[in-house]
Design a protein around this ligand. Structure first.
Ligand SMILES: [Fe+2]
Ligand SMILES: [Fe+2]
Length: 282
C-alpha cells in the first residue's frame, strides 16, 4: 500500500497557519510517499507569498509535485505575467509540473492555468492542445499496467461544487485521459473536496478534488485528501481540520489588498458593499 497526500489552494497571503501546522505534523508522523499540491500556492503571486510557500513546501521533507494555479501568475504586473510568469517560483522550479514515478504508480501533471485567454475571466481553466499532448506523451511512455494519477489545478469538468472551473478543452481532455485508462484526475481550485466517477465518450474516469488549507474556505473546513493505493485500487479519505467553526472562518469576498479581517467578525468587504450571493472563490 502506498500513501499519498493531496493538498491544494494554500493561498499564502491568506494562509491558515493552524491548518498548515496540523498538516505538517501529520506529514512528520505518517511520512506519506509524496505530497501532491494542485495549485494556488499564493493569493496574488507576490514575492513574499512565494517565499513563504517555498519555505513551507521545502520543510515538508518528502517528495513533492506542484501545479501552478491561477493565483500563482503575476497579478499586478502584466509584463511579468506574459514573459516571466514563473520567475518568482524559481526556487522550487524542480518541483513544478513534475512527474513522480513509483513502482506500478505514476503521478503525471497536466497544465490548466492560462496566462491569458479569449474570455473575460482568466482565472478559469484551459487545457491547451500543447499541454494535453505533453501529458498524453508522458502517459504513453509509462510501462503497461501502471496506475496513473493526473494532477491539475482546475477540475476538467464541473464537479457539483459551489465554485466552478469552467475549463475550456476540459471535456475532451477528460475523454482522452479516460481512453488511456487513467485511474484518477486530481485537482483543486474549488476549495471543497469531492470524489466522483464521470462518464466520458471513452469510458468512465474518476475525479478527485482536494479542499483548501487556507482561510478561503467555502462550504467545508480546511482539509486534505489521503490516498491509499494498493493493487490499482485507490481509497480516498478526506481529512478535515477538526474543531473549526466554519461560518466564522468563511469569507464573503476578498478585499483588494487581500489581507484577512483585523478582528473576528469584522466584514472583509468594503463597508456598504453588498456581498455577492455566490462569491467567486477559486
Ligand atoms: Fe484557483
Ligand atoms: Fe484557490
Amino acid at each position: 500500500m502506498r500513501k499519498l497526500f493531496h493538498i491544494s489552494d494554500l493561498h499564502f497571503g491568506l494562509e491558515d497557519r493552524t491548518a498548515l501546522g496540523w498538516f505538517e505534523d501529520i506529514v512528520r508522523r505518517e511520512r506519506p510517499a509524496a505530497v501532491l499540491i494542485t495549485g494556488d500556492l499564493t493569493m496574488r503571486a507576490r514575492s513574499r507569498e512565494f517565499t513563504a510557500a517555498c519555505d513551507w513546501i521545502e520543510a515538508l521533507d518528502v517528495p513533492v509535485t506542484v501545479e501552478v494555479g491561477n493565483h500563482d501568475l503575476p497579478y499586478f504586473n502584466p509584463l511579468a505575467r506574459f514573459f516571466w510568469p514563473y520567475a518568482r517560483i524559481r526556487r522550487i522550479e524542480r518541483l513544478v509540473e513534475r512527474e513522480l514515478d513509483f513502482p506500478g504508480l505514476a503521478v503525471v501533471p497536466l497544465k490548466t492555468t492560462a496566462r491569458a485567454q479569449w474570455r473575460l475571466d482568466w482565472s478559469k481553466g484551459r487545457v491547451s492542445r500543447r499541454a494535453l499532448s505533453k501529458t498524453l506523451a508522458a502517459i504513453d511512455a509509462l510501462p503497461r499496467g501502471t496506475t496513473i494519477l493526473i494532477t491539475a489545478h482546475h477540475p476538467l469538468v464541473e464537479a457539483g461544487t459551489r465554485g466552478q472551473a469552467l475549463t475550456r478543452g476540459g471535456e475532451a481532455a477528460l475523454a482522452a485521459l479516460a481512453a488511456r485508462g487513467v485511474a484518477a484526475v486530481l485537482t483543486g481550485h474549488v476549495h471543497d473536496a469531492f470524489d466522483l466517477m464521470k462518464q466520458t465518450p471513452a469510458g468512465p474516469i474518476r475525479m478527485i478534488g482536494a479542499g483548501t488549507l487556507s482561510q478561503r474556505i467555502r462550504s467545508t473546513p480546511p482539509s486534505f485528501n489521503q490516498l491509499a493505493i494498493a493493487g490499482g485500487v485507490i481509497d480516498v479519505r478526506v481529512r478535515n481540520l477538526e474543531a473549526v467553526s466554519t461560518p466564522d472562518m468563511q469569507i464573503r469576498a476578498v478585499p483588494p489588498d487581500a489581507l484577512p479581517p483585523r478582528s473576528p467578525g469584522e466584514p472583509v468587504a468594503p463597508i456598504g458593499a453588498v456581498p455577492p450571493a455566490d462569491p467567486p472563490v477559486h
